[in-house]
Design a protein around this ligand. Sequence first.
Ligand SMILES: [Ca+2]
Ligand SMILES: [Ca+2]
Ligand SMILES: [Ca+2]
Ligand SMILES: [Ca+2]
Ligand SMILES: [Zn+2]
Length: 621
Amino acid sequence: MNNLCRLTTAAALLMAVAVFTSPGVSGQAGQAKPAAQAPAGKPPTTATRATPKDWTQAPSSERPYKVRLDFDRWHDVAELQADLRTLEKAYPKFLKYIVLGKSYDGRDIAGMIVNNPDTGPDTGKPAMYIEANIHGNEIQGGEICIYTIWYLMENYGKLDRITKLVDERAFYIVPTVNPDGRDYFMHGAGGNSRTGHMPVDDDNDYQFDEDGPEDLNGNGIIEQIRKYVPGQGNYKKSAIDPRIMEPVKPGEVGDYIMLGQEGIDHDGDGRVGEDGPGSYDPNRNFASDWQPNYIQGGAMDYPFQLPEAKAVNDFWMSHPNIAGLQTYHNNGGMILRSPGAEWTGDYPASDVRAYDELGRNAERILPFYKYLVIWSGLYTVHGGVTDWGNDGLGIVSFSNELWNNGQYFTSPELKDQQRDPNSPIAPRMANYFFNDFLEFGDELTEWKEFDHPQFGKVEIGGTFKKTFGRLPPRFMNEELCHRNMAWTLYQADEMPKVTLGQSKVEKLGDGIFKVWLDLGNPKVAPTILAKAAMNNVVPPDLLTVDGKGIEIISASWVTDKWRPAVAQSIDQKDLKRIMLRNGLSGRTTKTIQYLVKGTGPMVVRYASQKGGIAEKTLTLQ
Ligand SMILES: [Ca+2]
Ligand SMILES: [Ca+2]
Ligand SMILES: [Ca+2]
Ligand SMILES: [Ca+2]
Ligand SMILES: [Zn+2]
């Protein structure tokens, strides 16, 4: 019971006491006479029970949603696109449905631009790019993408922070970068459909994709096959739970053999499911630290060979205002940044500081998630999206590994129980417990007899569904959507934002002025990452001066505004067009001093590819 509830109960109790102790009242509560029947001239002695007040006419504490979408299930490609269309139709001013390109099988790679045109075109604002599902089986990021668009729109004009964010930033949101893989995962046999669908000969028999796994019993899941061979097997049913198969100890015999995953050996090579669709890694086909297949498996023959990788990269190249990137994966509960490989070396210290501050706050927004560097915290990745994003495009890039099985049993008491190997929620059994008592058997297929054309009488089953483990249970997905979105909105808010702040104009003589002006970036991310400046992938910020007849005699950086003795002269050819090669780092103010000849308006403009544009007009008189 909370405090408010306690108070209310106490108040009700007091009132009841007051009624029962009023003089002249001897009956029980239910027998109090209505006031209308009290004798004339006497005040009523008890309260009247009037007809209930119709509160529904007063404003509700709940906010009505304009669009209702479901976030407690998974959507195939057509459903995701339908949701995008629904949102676009409901919020046509802010939303624009876009197609970045086609997948190998010809599906649209659809996305949404979120922008308030009243505050300028999207391309003129720092933009946050959010994508999901480059690995076909890692689907729940798609729902987060839809949730993000939905939440921004539903709360625009209602929550000041959301309104400001949408006014100041643009968003590019792509729910599935690998629509072939997504639909194969959801509708096809594929449990392991990480890949896209460009054919690859996995087993070097000069045939492409000739023998994939097959859902023989038609329940939509690729299961295990076991065969009962009493006294001749090397597997047995576990004593803890007969649904679990375990290998026998040396010297023991078991009653079962395991025959691998569900399917048929179509090409007679003795193997089942050895060459399914594709089989490469779309997240190894990007240009930073790209390595050939013999170093980085699944990288394909050259960067951007995959139509999906090329489509998103073409979009990034044509939207250099993208300053923040999130690419959703699953699973494990991680907030990852590059480098993907140790040999490329860590980022310059100033970049690491910005990443660390963002990452530490991400951990606070996302309990159960750890902020980690890819090569040291996960594994080595060559040619991944976030390396290309940071090193090749100068974008602050993160990748979340969504969902962590630890989220099933989260209280300290239950965590203690998980340490007890005999507990039904010990790690080995936790999934079974969760399946039985929280999902009512929805996630596990039981063993069932099957007549296999090649193996004879077998049993198929014993498998958690493809949605289990990598994805949260459906009923927990809305929280996953919201928290991950909240983290990307925080990142979007901390993208660089250039400002022109305090200024001072001092008249030195006839038509000669000293002008001070503060240039600022109050956000965590720098306008140009140090690594991007090193790689020359982001153009310098540009500080320009305009005004009829105005000449800049000299320009210098004021080292300390409050002790202005020392100034560092800016040695550039055109002082009306000063380049800042390293931009403005995070949370910085820098003061410039101009010596100007001329009178009238002086327009100063700071333009940063990733930090936006600020303009200020000073008057020289
Ligand atoms: Ca083959
Ligand atoms: Ca293949
Ligand atoms: Ca099956
Ligand atoms: Ca085969
Ligand atoms: Zn992944």
